[in-house]
Design a protein around this ligand. Structure first.
Ligand SMILES: [Fe+2]
Length: 547
């Protein structure tokens, strides 16, 4: 569907994971992940014929097509010529490829391993529970669509995962959010972040009851209404006014609609989590599925008082499905999942200083070898420089967490605009996020908790909002990364060096990419992006490149 990826595990230990988009450079790449699979095999130094299992988090083609036909027959999904044709074409091509396994064999050779289809939401659920570090947890999966699923609830206990409930597609929160994302002039299944960022600029008042009904423990999306179009106009546009033209000015009515969409999504997510807690009698919660990237809603769930612990799979969208699918065989014959907490997301490719130097020489770039990378970078940030920061293994999941990041001084109220205009070329309202030493999280945030993945939004303490204005959103919130010395010593040291010079051990961290592009993976990607933007310097491995 989108965000294809691959990972490799050995004895239940996650060794390596990468999204196809990072290598193909095609953002949200939905193609067969041949680059990603090749990178996995290369990392583990094995051949395909040495694999025990090849798993994918998507069911066999006939099961998906069967679910589609049922939806057409019951009128849940309009049986238009185009919808039926698309569904049949997808089925034909997937069946021809045996769901991709034929392609795997063609590209990587025969394997003695077993080829496995894993139900999509089961794969999402494993990706949340098995990596959570929680023995017992209510697991909630919410996405645009699985094969037939939209949301599901599971109960994880002692390595087992019991299915509790499935809400079938198209009664889908992801669908609801995506349709409004498109209405607001953005790309559905991609730009939902923008709606979330825009929402705090709006005000309450818009009613969306026709499109989604909410109650205390669930939700009902009116999918037929969301799909309906007459003369090319969606019913949303008929009810709420013409759809926004992409890149056009955003007037108040669109801001208010973004507010209403986000508000409805938060209420629905909260209701589902509440239901999961009641049904499992467990107050630990794990979340996955693309909807769980809604960090604002996640933060509210965490602060609600109804959960004891929360773990959100950082690769909550379909890239993370690989992590769950790979572990699914452990559940065979009543078996238990390995329970290995995911403490970081640095699971991707890495480049040595020797490799980086070779690239710098190839491009005839003047670079300085640094004695103390963290101190130099901290000093430059304190002087207002905007830095490209390329270090260690690339992150898995949508967030940059100090391996492929653009960094700046969060104290400068103008920095948000500077980075937006000079580097990211993105919309003015989208907030930037802070990375802070774990030790100071309580000083800066209300409800400070361990937040290594930037997937939970917190409120910045009122007295600190003027201290770090460029990473505090208009509603006083921030999407923090708490950095632990033990996990990422170099990044921790950099923030600490910045803190020593400024008294504020917090940096502004945004992903190392230009607007609309995938996050950089290789040194070449980093150099190209550096010279296509207004960044002042690039700290790449042990080297400093300046303009
Ligand atoms: Fe999904």
């Amino acid at each position: 569907m989108h965000d294809s990826s691959a990972c490799i595990t050995r004895d239940g230990e996650l060794l390596f994971a990468v999204a196809e988009e990072r290598i193909s450079r095609n953002k949200h790449d939905a193609g067969f992940p041949h680059h990603a699979i090749r990178a996995c095999l290369d990392f583990a130094k094995i051949r395909a014929d040495q694999l025990d299992y090849v798993c994918q988090g998507w069911p066999a083609p006939h099961k998906v097509f069967g679910a589609d036909l049922k939806n057409f027959a019951t009128g849940k999904y309009p049986a238009t010529y185009l919808n039926v044709l698309n569904s049949a074409r997808l089925y034909a091509s997937m069946a021809h490829q045996n769901g991709g396994f034929k392609r795997f064999t063609q590209q990587f050779g025969a394997t003695r391993g077993q080829m496995r289809f894993v139900d999509h939401h089961l794969a999402h659920a494993i990706s949340a529970y098995s990596y959570s570090g929680l023995d017992k947890a209510a697991v909630v999966v919410m996405d645009g669509r699985g094969a037939w699923e939209a949301s599901s609830i599971w109960y994880g206990h002692d390595g087992y995962l019991d299915h509790v409930l499935t809400i079938p597609w198209p009664n889908s929160l992801g669908l609801f959010y995506a349709q409004f994302t498109e209405y607001l002039g953005f790309v559905p299944n991609s730009d939902e972040w923008k709606v979330m960022g825009l929402a705090p600029y709006g005000h309450p008042g818009i009613k969306l009851d026709e499109f989604i009904s909410l109650n205390h423990d669930s939700y009902q999306v009116n999918a037929p209404l969301l799909f309906e179009r007459s003369n090319g106009t969606s019913l949303i546009a008929k009810r709420l006014g013409p759809q926004r033209t992409p890149e056009s000015e955003i007037d108040d009515s669109f801001k208010n609609i973004a507010f209403a969409v986000q508000d409805a999504c938060e209420i629905a997510m909260m209701a589902l989590v509440k239901q999961a807690i009641q049904k499992t009698n467990c107050r630990n919660v794990c979340l996955a599925g693309g909807v769980a990237l809604n960090s604002k809603a996640n933060g509210k769930i965490e602060a609600s008082g109804m959960v004891d612990h929360i773990f959100v799979q950082p690769a909550a969208s379909d890239d993370g499905v690989a992590l769950g699918a790979a572990l699914a065989p452990f559940l065979d014959k009543g078996g238990r999942l390995p329970m290995k907490p995911m403490r970081h997301a640095y699971l991707g490719p890495e480049y040595t200083d020797a490799g980086i130097e070779k690239v710098l020489v190839t491009y005839k770039l003047r670079a300085t070898k640094l004695d103390n990378v963290a101190a130099t970078a901290g000093e430059m940030l304190a002087h207002g420089k905007i830095l490209g920061w390329f270090q260690g293994r690339m992150e898995f999941g949508p967030r940059a967490l100090g391996a492929r990041s653009i960094l700046a001084d969060p104290r400068d109220p103008e920095m948000n605009a500077k980075v937006n205009n000079a580097v990211k070329f993105r919309e003015w309202w989208r907030p930037f996020a802070p990375s802070m030493l774990k030790e100071v999280a309580g000083e800066y945030l209300e409800h400070a908790s361990d937040s290594p993945f930037m997937i939970l939004t917190s409120q910045v303490r009122p007295e600190k909002r003027d201290v770090i204005p460029s990473v505090t959103h208009v509603d006083g919130s921030a999407r923090p990364q708490t950095v632990e010395k033990e996990i990422n010593p170099l990044y921790w040291n950099l923030i600490n060096e910045f803190g020593k010079r400024t008294g504020v051990p917090v940096v502004m961290n945004t992903s190392f990419n230009l607007r609309g592009e995938a996050i950089v993976n290789t040194p070449t990607d980093a150099i190209r992006t550096f010279f296509s933007s207004g960044m002042d310097a690039l700290v790449i491995g042990g080297y400093l490149v300046e303009k």
